[in-house]
Design a protein around this ligand. Structure first.
Ligand code: NOJ
Length: 576
């Protein structure tokens, strides 16, 4: 009797310990899917994806197992940066539909148990926003201090040498206002002045407007840039003023975010763990998660620019991923992703998009994203292994970042734009943001079933082979592999909340880690290369028996003292 009582107490203890340890939370358990609306699905055949198009594909997302959609901006916008330049925060871009369409879409999402987070661009607005139009009118305008205006230096040149993220000076001289304004992105994206409390109140109202309409959270664009350093200082480069940004985010959290059960994911470029954790630690009450790019920007860090035709070294990628797994404090939570609308297609950039290895290596990348600790984000098309595209003419490109890169090259080297494009074509083909923005490939009909009109950006010609319809039919497809990974993650707390331990840390080719939660143990073995790998099992990995549960090849080898891994092989084992 006493023995039974003890056993019962022990069980209660385990449950309590577990409850304490895992601290359940919906957005930690969810799988997110990013939709780039312009390229997802066109419902009215004007060649541009739209909200009704998204609504028509919700069953597809449900089948995949998606819990939350991150929707890139759909607000009114002149589209200088495809919606990341907002001219009315409370309305929908005509090309995408109406607020009514949006309400319907949200209702259909919620009916299916899918949540929605909107992309909020708060660092800048469009220069066509009413605030900016008024702001430039006169020095006494009520909206003057909604933006950052400054006089030129003694020679009438820009106030300092800061360069915008899209190239050229970050200051633009406005003939009407007779002053310069700051734009850290394009000149049609003037930076908002967060030091102005009136502006901040306007923003909180906008956030409330969308929460009341039913959204479940926000992805906060370029959020680190809110705090600006003193622009009169000598610095050549712009550095965000994190101290100020923290003050603004704490206020935003206290005044609005904390009142609702929503999730926030902030985009924080160029931050290491020490910097990023301050944005996402629970105790700091700012944001829930962040997108940091340490595992993605390997080449940019090495060469000082993203414009290089080089693949990241997977050993560096593994080290960056693993560092975040081990060093992020327990009261902070990670995001997991390899792609988004600003990055090349993951299978072309990180692994191998050749006919022979595309599928197997796309599955390898997915295995990493779905078995590390953190919340996985899928970017549209990854789940069918979509690849980069090759454009032969600059005219085929739409992305302002790509176009400015070519213009700046031409200006610096004093050559014409065509020559600048030709000289850099391979680099552009490899890293341009348009790689990820080509229309979603739904089937093998004309324009991949994306539109019956002329698509705003060319469809990747490989759609005949790579498309949703064929993926769904093929039980061995990338899509069906994603489905399996999502199901596995949902059924096993250990994959969501388990501790992480890495093995063979210095191995440049294989990535091995275990996840452990009480008696549940998962081992993940990844060959990151296109070669066969023969390795001894790490001695400190004490495995009695292991069962392979998912493998990207048809059959996984059973656990042995020696591992023989095929190119890009990835296996998930449950073991004891
Ligand atoms: C980051 C977004 O992801 C990108 O697409 C955009 O161009 C810039 N922020 C400016 O809003």
């Amino acid at each position: 009797m006493k023995h039974l009582k003890n056993l019962e107490n022990n069980l209660i203890n385990i449950k309590q310990r577990r409850a304490i340890k895992i601290k359940r939370c919906w957005w930690k358990e969810a799988v997110f899917y990013q939709i780039y609306p312009r390229s997802f699905k066109d419902s009215n055949n004007d060649g541009i994806g739209d909200i009704k198009g998204i609504t028509s594909k919700l069953d597809y997302l449900k089948e995949l197992g998606i819990d939350v959609v991150w929707l890139s901006p759909v607000y009114k916008s002149p589209n200088n940066d495809n919606g990341y330049d907002i001219s009315d925060y409370r309305d929908i871009m005509c090309e995408f539909g109406t607020l009514k369409d949006w309400d319907e879409m949200l209702c259909e999402m919620h009916k299916r148990g899918i949540k929605l987070i909107m992309d909020l661009v708060l660092n800048h607005s469009s220069d066509e926003h009413m605030w900016f139009i008024e702001s430039r009118k006169s020095k006494d305008s009520l909206y003057k201090d909604y933006y950052i205006w400054a006089d030129g230096n003694e020679n009438g040149e820009p106030p300092n040498l800061w360069e915008s993220v899209f190239g050229f000076s970050a200051w633009h001289y406005d003939e009407d206002a007779k002053q310069y304004y700051l734009h850290l992105f394009s000149k049609k994206q003037p930076d908002l002045n967060w030091s102005n409390p009136k502006l901040r109140e306007e923003i909180y109202d906008i956030i409330e407007f969308w929460i009341k309409r039913g959204v479940d959270g926000f992805r906060l664009d370029a959020i680190r840039f809110l705090g600006k350093p003193e622009y009169k200082n000598e610095a050549v480069d712009f550095y965000p003023n994190d101290d100020l940004t923290h003050i603004y985010l704490k206020e935003m959290n206290q005044k609005i975010l904390s009142k609702y059960n929503i999730v926030t994911v902030g985009e924080v470029q160029d931050l290491d763990i020490d910097g990023a954790k301050k944005y996402i630690r629970e105790s700091d009450k700012e944001l829930n998660m962040c997108f940091q790019f340490n595992h993605v920007n390997i080449c940019e860090m090495k060469y000082g620019t993203k414009w290089v035709n080089k693949k990241p070294n997977m050993f560096d990628v593994k080290k960056a991923l693993s560092k975040w797994q081990t060093e992020l404090p327990v009261d902070a939570w990670n995001t997991l992703f390899f792609g988004n609308h600003d990055l090349p297609r993951q299978v072309s950039f990180f692994s191998n998009d050749s006919d022979h290895y595309r599928e197997i290596s796309a599955k390898m990348l997915a295995t990493i994203i779905f078995t590390l600790k953190g919340t996985p984000f899928i970017y549209q098309g990854e789940e069918i292994g979509m690849t980069n595209i090759i454009f032969d003419k600059l005219d085929d490109y739409n992305d302002i970042d790509t176009i400015n890169f070519v213009k700046q090259k031409a200006e610096i080297e004093d050559i014409d734009i065509e020559t600048a494009f030709k000289q850099n074509k391979d680099i552009i083909n490899f890293v341009s943001r348009d790689n990820a923005r080509t229309p979603m490939q739904w089937d093998d009909s004309e324009n991949a079933g994306f539109t019956a009109g002329t698509p705003w950006l060319k469809v990747n010609p490989n759609y005949k082979k790579i498309n949703v319809e064929s993926n769904i039919k093929d039980s061995n497809s990338v899509f069906n592999y994603y489905k399996k990974l999502i199901e596995l993650r949902k059924k096993n707390d250990v994959i969501i909340y388990g501790d992480y331990q890495e093995f063979l840390l210095d191995d440049k080719c294989v990535f091995i880690y275990k996840r452990e939660l009480y008696d549940e143990k998962v081992l993940v073995i990844i060959n990151m290369t296109d070669e066969i790998m023969q390795k001894k099992m790490p001695l400190n990995l004490n495995v009695k028996e292991a069962t392979p549960v998912i493998c990207n090849y048809k059959r996984a080898y059973n656990f042995k003292k020696e591992m023989l891994l095929r190119p890009y092989e990835s296996v998930i084992y449950f073991y004891y």
